[in-house]
Design a protein around this ligand. Structure first.
Ligand SMILES: *Cc1c(COP(=O)(O)O)cnc(C)c1O
Length: 368
């Protein structure tokens, strides 16, 4: 029997490297509140992501929630977004007292179908929140054009897109803000963590307030804020992991290519596409189980599970189909999103996954 294989496994630097790096904390006793390592990681990330400004947060969700809050949209205003994502994207909108308006996705890559955005715009629309799902780049040019024409803000959920480059530019340069997640399961992790990337230094100040109770001085609070600061242990984990990021992505690429060539020989399963001119990060290994495949997605999921291989149905169901969300928004057809979400399966994928395990998984998928 195959050992238990989960869909992912967190990347960690060598033990000694991390232990050495946290030692100074026992001298300074400075554990959080925008300490030395928090600031150092912001600088290193600006460089790595090739973006003008970075604000570190306690997790990706708070980065997204606060990035949306930073624009002070009026309560009840509409935000066009995708239902084919992790629930965090939709929660970040709803928790800001905004109304999600769901746009369908494209079958080729799973990102928002930009040709349908304009038909969803009303006089209450204030923003677009697209997702670079699995690191697949949205049509950023078209989205920018629509946003400019209708005076909308664009806030990208780039949780999956750490290190992705499009047309030579870091992905965080598109839109008004891009939000990354550094959760343990992501390509780059700080255990838990996240960041907003943007170019407007006004947003940096706004987020600095929102992530630290609006505190400006010992006796001065200038606004209503949350607490979403990244602590020093997390920042140091980030600094260490960043030392190894090109190795992590390189190892992912090798495994992606093994899957890719194996899957190409199996009828009825397909991979999603990438925009041209993209440097990818190989964050996930999603396949679409089409109708020509002899089993349904759910049957394949169970077959793998019976063999101790735990693939995941990312992203199913659509966030718009959860009762807590459905109650909050207009009915939408979302034909393609529904179709893909019923057929997608994300296979085990991480930098240390054994090549022989991938071949075993490919055999299970191929010998139906
Ligand atoms: C992981 C993720 C988030 C949330 O990030 P956390 O760091 O877990 O809070 C948001 N959106 C998407 C698409 C994600 O995958």
């Amino acid at each position: 029997m195959q050992d238990k294989i989960l869909v992912t496994r967190s990347s960690m630097p060598p033990y000694e490297e991390y232990i050495e790096a946290i030692k100074p904390l026992w001298e300074t006793h400075w554990l959080t509140n925008m300490g030395q390592y928090h600031r150092e990681l912001e600088e290193r990330l600006k460089e790595y992501l090739g973006v003008p400004e970075v604000s570190l947060m306690v997790n990706g969700h708070m980065a997204l929630e606060l990035a949306i809050q930073a624009f002070d949209f009026p309560a009840g205003a509409e935000v066009i977004t995708t239902p084919f994502t992790f629930i965090s994207t939709t929660h970040a909108i709803v928790r800001n007292r905004l109304q999600p308006v769901f746009c369908d996705i494209k079958p080729e890559d799973g990102t928002m179908d930009e040709t349908q955005i304009e038909s969803l715009i009303t006089d209450r629309t204030v923003a677009i929140v697209p997702v670079h799902v699995y690191g697949n780049v949205c049509n950023v040019e078209k989205i920018q054009e629509i946003a400019a024409k209708h005076h909308l803000k664009v806030i990208y959920d780039a949780a999956h897109a750490f290190g992705v480059k499009y047309k030579g530019q870091g992905i965080g340069n598109y839109g008004d803000v891009s939000v990354f997640s550094f959760h343990a399961t992501k390509v780059f992790n700080t255990i838990e963590g996240g960041a907003a990337a943007f170019s407007d230094s006004g947003i940096y100040k706004k987020l600095a307030d929102l992530k630290n109770f609006g505190i400006r001085g010992e006796e001065l609070v200038t606004g209503i804020g949350a607490n979403a600061k990244m602590n020093e242990f997390a920042a140091i984990m980030g600094l260490c992991n960043l030392n190894h990021i090109s190795y992590y992505i390189e190892e992912r690429k090798k495994r992606f290519e093994v899957y890719e060539s194996g899957l190409a020989k199996i009828k009825g399963v397909r991979l999603l596409n990438q925009e041209k001119d993209t440097i990818r990060n190989y964050s996930y290994m999603p396949i679409v189980v089409e109708d020509e495949y002899p089993m349904s997605r759910d049957e394949l999921y169970c077959k793998l599970k019976d063999n101790n291989i735990f693939a995941r149905k990312y992203f199913y169901p659509l966030t718009s189909d959860q009762d807590c969300i459905r109650n909050q928004c207009k009915e939408a057809e979302l034909k393609c999103a529904r179709r893909i979400s019923e057929r997608v399966l994300t296979l085990p994928f991480y930098p240390t996954l054994g090549i022989e395990v991938i071949n075993t998984i490919l055999r299970f998928i191929g010998n139906v």
